[in-house]
Design a protein around this ligand. Structure first.
Ligand SMILES: [Zn+2]
Length: 66
């Protein structure tokens, strides 16, 4: 999904990425911390409203964070 509807103004939101984030910032659930790895992780990316500028973050793989 590359487009969403803005909850503030019902404008068109476009999926973007943070320039320094390698197409998604990696976030981890601390419950998954192990000695060498943490598989409870996902990348997150922002959707930006082209009308009002509202930003929402969504996880690429939300199921992996549980
Ligand atoms: Zn908007």
């Amino acid at each position: 999904m590359n487009h969403r509807i803005c909850e503030k103004c019902e404008g068109d939101m476009v999926k973007c990425y943070v320039d320094q984030g390698m197409r998604g910032i990696l976030v981890k659930n601390a419950d998954g911390d192990k000695l060498f790895s943490n598989k409870k992780n996902t990348r997150i990316n922002p959707f930006v409203c082209g009308d009002c500028g509202w930003v929402e973050w969504y996880a690429d793989e939300p199921g992996k964070i549980r």
